[in-house]
Design a protein around this ligand. Structure first.
Ligand code: ADP
Length: 447
């Protein structure tokens, strides 16, 4: 680099001028007999000249950068040109970045969804135009405020309190207008910042409501004709028309199946209602005993039904819904276990203070690839087997909804040919020490 500089004409000229100055001073010194004095005067003059150039450079740098560099000679001019070139390049880069930033902001402003940038403490750093519309936020006024203060709905509060990055929150009313339904999603980004995206899903929520109402109304309308049909079928004695006996039997089975589907659909509609049923303290010892009796009734002596560990815990929830979910698991265990199999019902305490109701069987089991989809409506591993056993394909869907209402989850373990365990896992807030010791029901119930 240094050698490069020496090869530049400006630096060569400066060096030549300096050498000439020294040679001139030396010549004058020799002529006058004061060589040292002549050299000192020449060097002093050169230093003054350099200082003056430095001063002009400094004045230029302090002035607005768009002004052309001062007209300096030699190496000084070269340095000024170089600084000027670097400053111009930096300005161009800066302009490009500003343009890019503006384009990003305009794109974010054009989004129909509210985008709010938050710091690690969830204080507002930036927001787009839609955030102003959907949440009535104003950047100038609300910058630095906790976003929690603008999300007052209890569901939003609970969501914010419980790691909101984990999963989005769907279908909550807007703080401004109850009729506007919102979906909220929080994402970590850029170190410890957060991005909150709020979407207006009112249209989607209305469509979902239409779907729910449709299913509920159709199921409700079908109930009466099916009851009538069922009634007439029951009135016909097979002995009166022996030729029709097999057909009559089939008709009865099918109408019972239809009635069960309608009942299950109505249960699902009730479970999807926006207001959750009130919580009660459900005594689990009698509940488990009732489930065991139901299993025995369904099995009619074909299986061994037994109780496993019964923890002295009661459950906070909606008793009818919980019973409906548990008895669906029990009925599946009986239906999908060949005669001679064993069905075990247990109510266990978990190390975290929660509890789980587990129904295990030694039945057909479920291939692993079906397990993720098994709680979908009408999803069956084997449609023919399910139908033959009186299934509707809605049982586990009901279980999933009931558990969601209770903030609980369904755990499924299964091995083909060995059996399955379906466990409803409840959090510690739902499990309470039982009022009475469950001594009576710990005894094994066998058929
Ligand atoms: P269904 O009315 O058909 O039983 P469910 O929603 O209750 O509907 O169950 C869905 C499917 O899951 C069933 O069709 C069956 O294939 C499978 N299944 C559920 N429980 C068990 C079980 N205990 N053992 C084996 N398969 C099961």
């Amino acid at each position: 680099m240094r050698l490069d500089l020496l090869s530049r004409p400006a630096w060569q000229a400066s060096l030549a001028r300096f050498a000439l100055l020294l040679a001139l001073a030396a010549a004058i010194g020799v002529a006058t007999g004061h060589i040292e004095l002549a050299l000192v005067v020449a060097l002093f003059g050169y230093a003054l000249f350099s200082l003056f150039n430095l001063y002009r450079l400094r004045v230029w740098l302090e002035s607005r950068q768009r002004v052309a560099p001062p007209d300096l000679i030699g190496a000084w001019g070269d340095v000024a040109e170089f600084i000027h070139f670097r400053l111009r390049a930096a300005r161009t880069r800066q302009r490009r970045l500003v343009r890019l930033l503006r384009a990003f902001r305009e794109a974010a402003d054009a989004l129909p969804d509210a985008v709010i940038v938050l710091d690690a403490q969830r204080r507002i750093v930036w927001l787009n135009r839609a955030a102003g519309r959907l949440l009535r936020l104003k950047l100038a006024r609300d910058r630095g405020h906790l976003v929690d203060d603008f999300l007052p709905h209890p569901q939003m509060r609970a969501w914010l309190a419980d790691q909101p990055e984990r999963e989005p929150l769907f279908d909550v009313p807007s703080p401004e207008d109850e009729g506007v339904r919102l979906a909220l999603r929080m994402m970590p980004y850029g170190g410890d910042q957060r991005l909150l995206i709020v979407r207006d899903i009112s249209v989607l929520a209305r469509l979902e409501q239409v779907r729910r109402d449709f299913v509920a109304n159709v199921s409700h309308e079908l109930r009466t004709p099916l009851t009538v049909l069922h009634g007439y079928l029951d009135m016909i004695e097979p002995d009166e028309a022996p030729g029709f006996a097999p057909m009559l039997d089939d008709l009865r089975t099918q109408s019972r199946r239809m009635a069960q589907i309608v009942e299950d659909l109505l249960t699902l509609s009730r479970l999807e209602a926006p207001q959750a049923p009130p919580d009660e303290l459900v005594s689990m010892a009698p509940m488990v005993a009732a489930l065991a009796r139901e299993a025995e009734g369904l099995s009619r002596g074909r299986h061994v039904v037994e109780l496993g560990e019964i923890a002295p815990l009661d459950l906070v929830g909606a008793p009818q819904y919980l019973h409906s979910a548990f008895s669906n698991l029990v009925s599946n265990a009986v239906r999908y276990t060949p005669p001679g199999g064993r069905i075990t019902i247990a109510w266990q305490q978990l190390p975290n203070g929660g509890a789980r109701l587990a129904v295990s069987d030694t039945g057909y089991g479920i291939p692993a690839e079906h397990i993720p989809r098994i709680t979908e409506r009408f999803y069956r591993v084997s449609t023919s087997r399910s139908r033959a056993l009186g299934g509707t394909g809605l049982g586990l869907s009901i279980v999933k909804h009931v558990l969601a209402l209770h903030g609980a989850r369904l755990e499924i373990e299964s091995e083909v040919g060995r059996g399955s365990t379906f466990a409803c896992v409840f959090g510690p807030e739902r499990a309470h020490a039982a009022a009475v010791e469950p001594g009576l029901v710990t005894a094994t119930v066998t058929s």
